[in-house]
Design a protein around this ligand. Sequence first.
Ligand code: NAD
Length: 364
Amino acid sequence: MVIGVVKCTEENLVALVPQVASKLIKDEYQIVVESGAGKASGYNDEIYESTGAVISSRDEVLSKADVILTGTGITKSDVDLIKADAILVGKFNGRVASELITNLKECKAQAFSLDLLPRSTIAQSMDVLSSLASLSGYKAVVTAADEFAGYFPMMTTSAGTIPPARVLILGAGVAGLQAIATAKRLGAIVEAFDVRTAVREEVQSLGAKFIEVEGAQEDSAAGGYAVEQSEEYISKQKELIHETALKADVVITTANIPGRKAPVLIENRTVEAMKQGSVIVDMASASGGNCELSKDAETVDIDGVKIIGDAKLYNLMGKQASLLYSNNIYNFLKYILKEGKDNLPYDSEIVSQSLLKVEEPVSA
Ligand code: NAD
């Protein structure tokens, strides 16, 4: 079976790093890699060739492979080249309607979007959202520490004592918890907020203070994700965040609701009242932003408050992001191909939730 790897044209990611290509070659798969696919994440063509992989053009990879691996950045003309019985694996933001998702659903090949995998124990080793969110949560704090013109830890010097930075984290999912841990390691005082009260203990166990508003809506059917909140809750929440943000030096926002616009948690009046020199990193900027004034993939300065809108901070750690992403893909392939390409386990949640098909697949 031929496994092809095409370049992720929108990100510094490659879906199969050479170490993982070697494992698949040992498992007797043939690997064909688009020339330059690994360049942005630090792997040149020669490294792939040294594993036994073959370097080829994009069109050839797409038209010959039985299984095609990528991240994002598949075009309509790419889709048209893929064999009808092929399998395409990537992370296509499958919950959000787009031309790409329509194309992939209509394509004769079976397309899997790994961002749709269930957040279950069995799918944990394939969980690309967790891999990338964890890297991004770390990088958000490091980026904020670099932009913030002050120390993170308390500094006692002969010339006086500098208090520790105060960091507020909004959303304590995978990215938020990693951000809390990183900010604590750097010596900051950390407060965190989430609508899911289940994370209170995790936040506290990392040494942060959990701030909360009573009366959050939670739904056990939401797969562990947050759900939209009532108007009354939202207005109380904005008030609490406003008051807490005024004392903060750094605010990291990670709050998302799958398939929906991100909740606005930081209003214009909050930014306007924040301390000069403080920094906001909005990691939900691609889905509308948690901060009213953030702009996706841009840094803006509002009267001395810097707002960094970046939902893909893992791009700054392309090599490690690619390693984790490739391991997730490897585990996914081992799971779905265990009975061969013509006998995918359609009755498992892993396949049924990640498959982007209009029609129901016919179980073998
Ligand atoms: P996410 O990216 O969808 O959202 C980030 C965080 O924002 C979440 O904690 C969410 O509750 C929070 N949030 C949403 N709206 C908010 C609001 N208005 N105010 C404040 N916070 C808000 O979440 P995620 O990090 O992808 O995690 C989603 C779920 O998946 C969590 O329950 C997590 O524990 C679970 N998970 C499970 C596994 C596993 O068991 N294998 C692995 C990873 C994550």
